[in-house]
Design a protein around this ligand. Sequence first.
Ligand code: NAD
Ligand code: BTL
Length: 485
Amino acid sequence: MARDEVLKNYIDGEWRDASTGGRIEVDNPATGETIAIVAEAGPEDVELAVEAAQRVFEERVLIDMHPYDRGRMLFRIADALEARGSELATMLCDDTGKALNVAESEVQTTVRYLRYYGGLADKHEGRSIPRGANLVDYTIRSPFGVSGQIVPWNFPLELTARSLACALATGNSVVVKSPELAPLSGIAMAEACEVAGVPAGAVNVITGYGHIAGQALIDNASVRHLVFTGSMATGQNVLRAAAERIVPCIMELGGKSAAIVHADANLDEVLESIRIGTFMNAGQNCNGLTRLLVDRTIADELTDKLKAYVKGLSLGCGRDNCDITPLISQRQRSSVEQACQTAIEQGARLVTGGSTVVDRDGYFMAGTVFADVRSDSALFHKETFGPVLAVTTFDNVEEAVNLSNGTDQGLAAGVFTRDIDKALWTADRLWAGHVYVNGWFVSGVETPFGGINKSGYGREKGVEALDGYVQTRNVGIKVSPPLLS
Ligand SMILES: NC(=O)c1ccc[n+]([C@@H]2O[C@H](COP(=O)([O-])OP(=O)(O)OC[C@H]3O[C@@H](n4cnc5c(N)ncnc54)[C@H](O)[C@@H]3O)[C@@H](O)[C@H]2O)c1
Ligand SMILES: C[N+](C)(C)CC=O
């Protein structure tokens, strides 16, 4: 792409400039340099996109397609993305700042979501309900219509695929609002849909700011289903708009997930989980390992190990596959720095890091560990979304579970122990959508994902996700006995 080319919105099968003529400059978080310019969609563009999606729904284009063919359409989108795999991984690296190996894995996960739900498209069945001799009764699992999908910047390609695949598999049409900080994945997804022959208007992708294009999407009367993945504050705003129109929502919000480390844990496994759970993608992971709850008897030993381990992690550009890559923006880095400052003011002990990296361009922040983090402090409760770990000690299993459950969120939780009884007892009591035992992020596209409490509701991933994209309707038929001659 030429640097001054403005990348367009994909609406009704066509590439369109923004009606406002507005544009958004996209920068590389590792350098601060502009890498692309995208059209800034306004309310008029959103209206056009929703109209196109609504027409597809009213004309029953996807509903009447054989589910097997909807599945094959998803396979073709997957093929189109896979064919550009290494190019897309590099794009993700530059657009979000993440490490190339993380970006490669995101592309693979994206392809797997599309194939997984493609395979399920003809298996999401209704049921027949026995009601006696003179009645036939069955259910139909119908799409909602236009699904408005709002995507965050931390995993923009796989999170676009995750919701879009479920929506198309079940016959909904889609308008995706890509994140303004990392909009290139949405464009790549639209390009793949075009290559795959997705009917015009079935998938529309707009790039624009949340408070303008996002707001116009959630307020649009024809949008009958919302999927929001992002922060709690924006999620509450989405819910208010949805409440006005009684629109169902899938809410995938943030977390403050804790790992419990018992005295018998394999500490090397714990450190490896911290490398990926806390520091991968600069800690910008909704289900990241952000709090470490450690048995007091091993707290000093583990904190010393942690200090050496985190200092030894490589920091640098995503293209060099470093462990700690830049944050998405200067604003995000300032917010993380502020959280560190508050932690110190509230009595936490800085073990390592805590500051921005000043000797290079980009939005880098050192890998940071705080010990003695009090359970009433902001660092214990508030999502930081940066490379920061908060360590707190416990004296017994009940206290560990209470500390883990002691925030108003509940996306993920973990336990490290060699004792299977202790692991199962704890897993049962950890109030979170996911419990990881002896390894962080041990889940896949086929395992259901979602929050408890203020981390949201509804499930993405796994077979369960499809249920959130359909409404069950019932047909009851009175059968009259035939006239006997
Ligand atoms: N649970 C999950 O699956 C999951 C996955 C990834 C990220 N997250 C969460 O996302 C957050 C980070 O992402 P973020 O900073 O992009 O979140 P964000 O809430 O700032 O933005 C998310 C999306 O919402 C849009 N938006 C902003 N204001 C809007 C408005 N008024 N109306 C409609 N849309 C609007 C943005 O443009 C963006 O596309 C973290 O809290 C993280 O935990 C959750
Ligand atoms: C997309 N995921 C689940 C890997 C990390 C969420 O931010």
